[in-house]
Design a protein around this ligand. Structure first.
Ligand code: GRF
Length: 193
């Protein structure tokens, strides 16, 4: 079976990225991670990716600016025949031009039940709103922020003993499982088309 060539984009710790790389390595996820990209040189995940044997690349928005950085990213993706772009804690908003160039081929994970709580502080926003149920969403990226066809969602309940930290931890644990499971099903379906 064809193994899709993927690139994973991060900005920080990269725990979701590490889970996906391990899932590819174990054969659970039938995809080839070609590289991991970050917009920040301080992203710890760059070292994690290297330690897991995957090339890691920096596209510094700080040095290049968004237009130039996106141009370099797009050329690299095309040169390396990347089929799917997997966002895993990538804290940049991709321009509508970039999203159109890779239409339907960018996937994101978001730590809330979209359309509720889009944006960079989803867990905190859900906590402050006092919702009893929040969760995780995996979706295809369209030109709006944290928006696009939903592939999977899983609820996480807030319990009385929760602090924002314990809630956050449970959300991250759900993310780690939901992302690989969703991508597994998605790639298998896509490859059989
Ligand atoms: C995750 O909560 C993800 O949903 C959000 O950013 C966080 C990244 O965490 N977009 P990590 O870098 O994968 O640990």
């Amino acid at each position: 079976m064809h193994r899709p060539r993927i690139a994973i984009f991060i900005s920080g710790t990269g725990t979701n990225m590490a889970e996906l790389l391990k899932a590819c390595k174990s054969g659970f996820l039938k995809a080839d991670p070609i590289f991991v990209a970050s917009d920040r040189d301080s992203a710890k995940g760059l070292t994690t990716a290297r330690n897991l044997g995957v090339e890691s690349l920096l596209f510094s928005y700080k040095d290049l600016g968004r237009t130039e950085a996106e141009k370099c990213i797009a050329e690299t993706l095309e040169d390396r025949n990347i089929e799917w772009i997997i966002l895993a804690g990538y804290m940049r908003i991709l321009s509508p031009e970039f999203v159109r160039r890779f239409k339907g081929r960018i996937i994101n994970i978001h730590p809330a039940l979209l359309p509720a709580f889009p944006g960079a502080h989803a867990i905190e926003d859900a906590w402050n709103a006092g919702v009893k149920t929040t969760g995780v969403t995996v979706h295809i990226v369209d030109e709006e922020v944290d928006h696009g066809p939903i592939l999977a969602q899983q609820e996480v309940q807030r319990v009385t003993s929760d602090t924002i930290y314990t809630l956050e931890e449970r959300i991250h644990n759900v993310e780690h499982t939901l992302y690989k499971n969703t991508l597994k099903t998605f790639f298998e379906k896509e490859c059989n088309k």
